[in-house]
Design a protein around this ligand. Structure first.
Ligand code: NIG
Ligand code: FE
Length: 418
């Protein structure tokens, strides 16, 4: 087949580096949680990591293959496990109002917020939306991101929700962009034609889900379960149906108030509960027991001026922590997972290793992906940083500090020469 021929043609190469972060549990220990290898190297073959070891050994064992001698840090490609990247338009006016003290939930009640992005989305063709998403994903790649979860949730009618997911599907074929994971977030807001009737919109979403699942347009279903959004009772039927259809669940949980979304996530065996600024002790225990990942979104709480989630409570309970960008035009008008990681360290008080695992191994696991670690058999998703150590990457650079970014062994940003 064409695909086999293409992967045969993929070259073998050895990438050696001053310091490698495997992020693999089998290489990590209490003193070395990221499983680092100084003077390490990976052998890439056919889009996959074929071997990992010391630079001198791998170089000696494979003298005839292309050899990239990187003097800096090498890490797994970053995994952004929560984005609303399929958006068009701008809400800069609202942002300015909020910076002068206006309230996010009040703006939404007055017809702005998500509804403003819905108006822009509905006016955009599939081509326009796909072009906006493509450009955004290219910029994310340049920052070191090789896997991106993308939610719908700005269409809010069947055609427009599907259009968002179709844009994701179209770009999923592209080897020169990050790998994509699509999520149906119909329960983001009730659309204007429903006059804000959330019960009616939840019934609509339940109907649309059948076709979305049948057409393979989503791997996860998300719902915004909060005091100004959907209740647990309104969200449950859709999420239960999603599980029956073999889809995973992720939830916007406790961003403004704890209305029981964490317990719902646990009950449904969700892959993740996200935001969690408001989370009880019982909620944290429920997440831990059910193996639900906590997806932390420091860019959103930064622009909203919120206090961080109860990190120590999550740690003590033993919940796996993920750090993501939440990239969206309202609460996180940014495309930078590295900036979210920097804020995870600075504003949330996470440890360096917690941030790294949260944007690599834990993020990938929350998406059912084999990426996020460097080990034999994993996809060759690699970032060659122009920085020496893991701590350097977590400073708030605000610009790309990548030299080269590979997805499945192919360059998607930067250059291997020079
Ligand atoms: O993750 N609060 C709900 N959803 C998004 C924001 C969406 C928007 O404002 O457009 C969030 O913060
Ligand atoms: Fe979000």
């Amino acid at each position: 087949s064409r695909r086999e021929r293409k992967s045969d043609m993929k070259r073998k190469l050895v990438v050696s580096c001053a310091r490698l972060l495997s992020c693999a549990p089998e290489r990590s220990s209490a003193g070395d949680p990221l499983g680092a290898v100084d003077d390490g190297a990976v052998l890439v073959d056919g889009g996959t990591i074929a071997a990992l070891g010391s630079a001198s050994e791998l170089r000696a064992a494979h003298p005839d293959v292309l050899h990239v001698d990187h003097r800096g840090l090498l890490s797994p490609g970053l995994v952004d496990a929560h984005t609303h990247a399929a958006w068009v338009g701008s809400r800069a006016g609202e942002y300015a109002l909020r910076m002068r003290g206006a309230d996010y939930e009040a703006i939404a009640r007055a017809g702005g917020g998500i509804a403003a992005s819905t108006r822009a989305l509905r006016a955009a063709s599939l081509g326009e939306l796909t072009a906006a998403l493509e450009a955004r994903l290219g910029r994310m790649a340049s920052l070191g991101v090789t896997t991106v979860e993308v939610k719908s949730g700005y269409g809010l009618d069947e055609t427009s929700e599907r259009r968002q997911l179709e844009a994701v599907a179209a770009l999923s074929e592209r080897p020169d962009l990050p790998a994509l994971v699509p999520t149906f977030l119909g329960l983001h807001a009730a659309p204007p034609e429903r006059g804000g009737d959330r019960d009616a919109h939840a019934r609509d979403c339940l109907r649309w889900l059948e076709g979305i699942a049948r057409d393979g347009l989503a791997r996860y279903v998300d719902a915004y379960v909060d005091r100004s959004a959907f209740s647990v009772a309104q969200a449950r039927p859709l999420l239960e149906r999603a599980r029956e259809l073999g889809l995973g669940v992720r939830l916007h949980a406790g961003q403004f108030a704890d209305v029981g979304a964490a317990e719902l996530a646990a009950e449904l065996g969700a892959a993740s509960a996200d935001h969690l600024e408001h989370l009880s002790e019982a909620g944290a225990m429920a997440l831990a027991e059910a193996g639900v990942h906590a997806v932390l979104l420091p860019l959103a709480s930064f622009t909203l001026g919120q206090a961080p989630p109860p990190i120590e409570r999550l740690r003590r309970a033993g919940v796996a922590l993920v750090v993501a960008s939440d990239s969206n035009p309202g609460t996180a008008p940014s495309e930078s997972l590295p900036l979210a990681m920097a804020l995870g360290l600075r504003s949330y008080g996470l440890e360096v290793a917690e941030v790294w695992l949260g944007a690599t191994r834990h993020a990938a696991r929350s998406l059912g992906s084999e990426a996020g670690v460097l080990r034999a058999g994993a996809p060759a998703d690699l970032v060659l940083w122009d920085l020496p150590r893991e701590e350097d990457v977590l400073q708030p650079w605000g610009v790309a500090r990548t030299r080269a970014v590979l997805r499945a062994g192919e360059l998607i940003a930067g250059t291997l020469g020079g």
